[in-house]
Ligand binder design. Structure first.
Ligand SMILES: NC(=O)c1ccc[n+]([C@@H]2O[C@H](COP(=O)([O-])OP(=O)(O)OC[C@H]3O[C@@H](n4cnc5c(N)ncnc54)[C@H](OP(=O)(O)O)[C@@H]3O)[C@@H](O)[C@H]2O)c1
Length: 260
C-alpha cells in the first residue's frame, strides 16, 4: 500500500476525550487533517462545540459530545451515542485528565478525586470504548500519558518560582496508564485492537508559565524549548493509522530529548 494511504485516516471514526484542552486541540486537529471524523468529548459540551466551530470553518470533520468519564452511566451514554450517530468507533484517544490535587501536602480527598477520574474513570472509558471498537471488527487506542509517568520530578525546574513541587497523584496515574497500555496490548490483541501510549513533555500553551520555570526547563532540553502545538500531531496520526499496524504496547517519549 502507498505510504500516503497507510497514513490516511479517511473513513475512521475517532474519539478524543478532552479535545478542547491544551494537548487535545492539536490532537483533534491533526487527526481531522489526516481525514478522520473526530469527536471530542468532555464534561463541558459548550467548550467542545466552540472548538468544533473553529475546526469546521477550516473544513475539518469535527464533532462534540458530552461525557464525564468518572460517571459510568455517562460513559455508557457516550458509547450509545457513538453507535447511533457514527455507527461505531475505530480509534480512541484517551487524552482527558483532571488535576484536583495541587501539591504533595494536599488533602487525601484530592488524591481520591483524582483516582476517581484519572484511574477508575480512565479504565472504565477505555474498557467501554474498546468494546465498541471490537464490535466493529477492531481498531486502535492511543493513551496520552506523560514523561512524568516515566521519571520522577526534576525539582530544579521549579527553583526560583513559587510553583512548589508537582502533585504526586499525576506521577502515579500516568505511570499506571503506561503499564495498563502494556497489559491491554496483550489482552485486547485477540479483539484486533492494538494500543500504544505517547508520553509528552511540557507543552507551551496559552496558560502562562513563570519566566524562571521556562528558563530552567528549556536548559534541560537539547532542542532548547517546550513542546509546541504541531509537535504531537504527526505522532498521534501515525499511531492512529495503518502505518503503525505492527506497533503494539509501545510507549513513545516525546520530550525534545530531555531524558536522552
Ligand atoms: N499540558 C502539558 O504540558 C502535558 C504534558 C504532558 C502530558 N500531558 C497529557 O496530555 C493530556 C491532556 O492534558 P492537557 O494539559 O491538555 O489538559 P487540560 O488542558 O487540562 O485538558 C484536560 C481535558 O480533560 C477534560 N476532562 C477533565 N475531567 C474530565 C472528566 N471527568 N471527563 C471527561 N473529560 C474530562 C477537560 O474537559 P472538561 O473540563 O470539559 O471535562 C479538559 O478538556 C493529559 O493526558 C496529560 O496528562 C499534558
Amino acid at each position: 500500500m502507498h505510504v500516503k494511504q497507510l497514513l490516511s485516516l479517511e473513513n475512521k471514526i475517532i474519539l478524543v476525550t478532552g479535545g478542547a484542552g491544551r494537548y487535545g486541540k492539536p490532537i483533534v486537529e491533526g487527526l481531522a487533517e489526516a481525514g478522520g471524523t473526530v469527536i471530542t468529548a468532555s464534561r463541558n459540551l459548550a467548550a467542545g462545540q466552540t472548538l468544533t466551530e473553529v475546526f469546521r470553518e477550516k473544513g475539518l470533520d469535527v464533532h462534540a459530545l458530552q461525557v464525564d468519564q468518572a460517571e459510568h452511566q455517562s460513559v455508557l451514554a457516550l458509547k450509545e451515542q457513538l453507535k447511533a450517530q457514527f455507527g461505531g468507533l475505530d480509534v480512541f484517544v484517551n487524552n482527558a485528565v483532571a488535576r484536583p490535587m495541587k501539591s504533595y501536602n494536599a488533602p487525601l480527598e484530592d488524591w481520591i478525586e483524582s483516582m476517581r477520574i484519572n484511574a477508575t474513570g480512565m479504565f472504565d472509558i477505555t474498557r467501554e470504548m474498546a468494546d465498541l471498537i471490537a464490535g466493529g471488527g477492531g481498531g486502535t487506542i492511543i493513551n496520552i500519558a506523560s514523561m512524568m509517568g516515566m521519571f520522577g520530578p526534576d525539582l530544579s525546574n521549579y527553583e526560583g518560582t513559587d510553583m512548589g513541587e508537582p502533585p504526586p497523584d499525576y506521577f502515579f496515574h500516568k505511570g499506571g496508564m503506561i503499564t495498563l497500555t502494556r497489559y491491554l496490548a496483550r489482552v485486547l490483541a485477540a479483539k484486533h485492537i492494538r494500543i500504544n501510549c505517547i508520553s509528552p513533555g511540557g507543552l507551551l500553551s496559552d496558560t502562562p508559565l513563570p519566566a524562571r520555570f521556562l528558563e530552567n526547563y528549556n536548559k534541560k532540553v537539547p532542542l532548547g524549548r517546550m513542546a509546541t502545538h504541531d509537535d504531537i500531531k504527526g505522532l498521534v496520526v501515525f499511531l492512529a493509522s495503518d502505518a503503525s499496524v505492527y506497533i503494539n504496547g509501545e510507549n513513545i517519549l516525546m520530550d525534545g530529548g530531555m531524558h536522552a
